[in-house]
Design a protein around this ligand. Structure first.
Ligand SMILES: *Cc1c(COP(=O)(O)O)cnc(C)c1O
Length: 340
């Protein structure tokens, strides 16, 4: 079975071997305050900076999910209120989580702008130009959910103060871990707010990570696997080039081949590089997903408002060119055959 599901998604096949190493070498049983474990945390953070080209003064911490990061931004970094210009289901969910913690009483005083760089639900993305415009226009902190694009495309990190992603998308790893990256300005804000009433208050997390420790027993296996995958992958400029070539090929494919489906997003500038959303009638979507499944291919279901009228194709780095070819061949063959 090959999978194009956009999360949980295909893991790098080497992860099986890394997981075996983690058990055989006793890494999963290490005390998380031991020197050996702290070395793994330290090396993983170093590799995040190196492979993803994160500025040296931006801090890195590991938490359990992107959803947790939504709450951390609301509880530890938002003094008054956060703004959430969103275009899909994940952005909407983030706003709902945030407003439960910091009700939107004073939106005119908003001090955090929350953006979903890549909206996994409908295959749209916020371009670097738009991010730069937000940076010029908004004087507060900018927090970015980059769950389905971090480690798939490169970012200009300076355009935001907080970036986070869980690892089950472009990192090609199993779920249960998230990477949280924050700037000196974000840390300064956390200090000025001084929120320290949660196990995952950013100040408490920061204090622990300065010693390469965590407030609670961490997902040690996940951190170890992340370290191994980071050692294995190419620098982000190269991954970025591959991802964009593949996305451009996917968009050309659906624009030029008669597949019986069309792209959900017409505006080229907002089309995602990492999640391709394809639209069709409800029966056609249902039929293609079933036929794909029988051919050993898992397509991503539609999500939220687009649940029954779209399917999604993950364009994540762990997917191989051969797998992409296989899916393209399947789509071409399927559309030229009987479809009832
Ligand atoms: C998958 C996803 C999430 C949720 O990640 P969790 O690890 O389940 O918290 C959040 N935002 C976006 C854009 C996603 O694609």
């Amino acid at each position: 079975m090959i999978t194009f599901y956009p999360g949980p998604s295909k893991v790098y096949p080497q992860v099986a071997e890394y997981a075996t190493d983690a058990v055989r070498q006793g890494i999963v049983s290490m005390n998380h305050r031991s020197a050996g474990f702290m070395d793994i945390v330290k090396e993983t953070i170093r590799l995040i900076h190196e492979k993803l080209d994160v500025p040296a003064d931006y801090h890195v911490a590991f938490v359990s999910s992107a959803t947790e990061c939504w709450e951390i931004v609301a509880q530890s970094l938002t003094a008054e209120a956060s703004l959430h210009p969103f275009s899909g289901a994940f952005g909407k969910k983030w706003a709902e989580y945030a407003y439960r913690i910091k009700p939107p009483m004073n939106l005119s005083e908003a001090d955090v702008l929350c953006l979903v760089q890549n909206e996994t639900s409908n295959g749209t993305q916020v371009s670097e130009q738009t991010m730069a415009q937000f940076r010029r226009d908004f004087s507060g902190l900018i927090a970015v959910d980059a769950v389905s694009s971090m480690a798939g495309i490169r970012f200009n990190w300076d355009l935001a103060d907080v970036w986070f992603a869980s690892v089950q998308k472009c990192f090609g790893l199993p779920a249960g871990l998230a990477v949280l990256i924050y700037s000196p300005a974000a840390l300064e804000r956390a200090h000025s707010i001084g929120e320290n009433t949660h196990y995952n208050s950013l100040l408490f997390i920061h204090e622990n990570f300065e010693k390469f420790q965590t407030p609670y027993t961490p997902n040690g296996l996940g951190i170890y696997l992340l370290m191994r995958v980071l050692q294995q992958i190419k620098p982000i400029v190269e991954i970025d080039r591959m991802t964009k070539k593949r996305s451009s090929d996917w968009y050309t494919f659906f624009d030029t081949r008669s597949t019986g489906f069309k792209l959900l997003i017409n505006d080229r500038a907002t089309r995602s590089d990492t999640v391709i959303a394809v639209e069709g009638s409800e029966p056609a979507i249902k039929a293609i997903k079933t036929a794909a499944h029988q051919a050993g291919i898992t397509l991503g279901n539609g999500y939220g408002d687009w649940k029954n009228t779209t399917f999604r194709i993950a364009n994540f780095p762990a997917i191989t060119d051969e797998e992409i070819e296989q899916l393209k061949n399947f789509l071409v063959t399927w559309s030229s055959g009987p479809q009832d």
